[in-house]
Design a protein around this ligand. Sequence first.
Ligand SMILES: NC(=O)c1ccc[n+]([C@@H]2O[C@H](COP(=O)([O-])OP(=O)(O)OC[C@H]3O[C@@H](n4cnc5c(N)ncnc54)[C@H](OP(=O)(O)O)[C@@H]3O)[C@@H](O)[C@H]2O)c1
Length: 334
Amino acid sequence: MVGWESELRIRFKPGSCWLEEDDTDIPNRRILITGATGLLGRAVYKEFKANHWHAVGCGFTRARPRFEQVNLLDVAAVHNLIQDFQPHVIVHCAAERRPDVVDSQPDAASQLNVAASGNIAKEAADVGAFLIYISTDYVFDGTNPPYKENDAPNPLNLYGKTKLEGEKAVLKNSEGAAVLRVPILYGEVESLEESAVTVMFDKVQFSNKSANMDHWQQRFPTYVKDVASICRQLAEKRMQDPSIKGTFHWSGNEQMTKYEMACAMADAFNLPSSHLRPITDSPVVGALRPRNAQLDCSRLQMLGIGQQTPFRIGIKESLWPFLTDKRWRQTVFH
Ligand SMILES: NC(=O)c1ccc[n+]([C@@H]2O[C@H](COP(=O)([O-])OP(=O)(O)OC[C@H]3O[C@@H](n4cnc5c(N)ncnc54)[C@H](OP(=O)(O)O)[C@@H]3O)[C@@H](O)[C@H]2O)c1
C-alpha cells in the first residue's frame, strides 16, 4: 500500500510544492479527514478527492489498507500527522455517535468526542488549518424548532452533551474553526446497521412479520453526500473569505418520523408497507431524544451554499445493494 507519507515524498519538491506530473492535483489544497472509514467520513473523502483536493483520510479499526491508522486519543500521533501533512482544511468526522453506547461508556465517549476534538483544534490552529467539526442536532432539546445557530442548546442525552462540549473545546482552541451541526444521516452503508435510517430496511423488506416503527420523533434524514458537498463548499468559500467561521446548520428538508421513512423506503422499491405499525408514544427505553430538533439552514443558504437530495432518491441509491429480491434489482438497475 502507498500511504500518504510516501505519496508526499513522491509529490513534494523541496522549496516548491509538487512535481510536474501531479498537475491534476491542485497543490495548495490539502485536506485531512478524521473518521474517513465511517459513514460520513467516506463521503467527505470522496467528495474532496473528486474535486481535486489532495485528501488524506484517517481511521482506526477499519483504517487499513486505504487510510492512515491513527488513534485520535494518542496526542503525539495526532501532532505528528498534522505537522507532517500540513493540511489547509481538516474535517473532523470521528466520534462516538451512538447515544446508547455513550451512556454505557461515558468516559471513553468523552475522551473521543471532547478531549480529542479539542486537541485536534489546537493542532489545526498551530498549522493554520481551517477545522470543520461535525456536530449534531441533539445539542437541542427539540421543544422549540426550528433552531438557528445561536439558539440556546440544551442537550437531553449524554451524547448531545459530549458533542456540545466538543464544540466548545474546538472553538476555544481554534478561534477560526467551524462547527457544522447535522441531523440523522444515511448514505451508502457497509452494513445496514451503520445508519439509524438504513437499519430499518430489513424490517421493511421482510413483510411477513409486522414491525413497530417510531412515529413520535420528528426527523430530517440527511444524505451524507449532501453533507460532504456542504463541507467542500464551506471549505472553498473559506479559502476566499477568512471571515467564514463559527457555527452552521445543515439538514435535509423533508420532515419524517422513522415510520414515514420506512414507508418511503417501501414505496421507493415498490414493496408492501401494510406490516409496518406506527408507534406514536414517546419511547420509554434508551437515551432521551429530542421530539423535533429541526435545524434552520438559512445561514449557509445565504452564503450560497447548499445541496438537498430528495429522500426517495438518496435512499434508493443507498439501499439497492441490500435488496433481497435480486430479480427486481436486475429489472430496475441493469
Ligand atoms: N450518523 C448520524 O446519524 C449522525 C447524526 C448527527 C451527527 N453525526 C455526527 O457526524 C459525525 C460522523 O458520524 P458517522 O455516522 O459517520 O460515524 P461512524 O460511522 O460511527 O464513524 C465513526 C468514525 O470514528 C472513527 N473512530 C472511532 N474511534 C476512533 C479513535 N479512537 N481514533 C480514530 N478514529 C476513531 C471510526 O474509525 P474506525 O471505524 O476505523 O474504528 C470511524 O471512522 C460524528 O461526529 C457524529 O457525531 C452523525
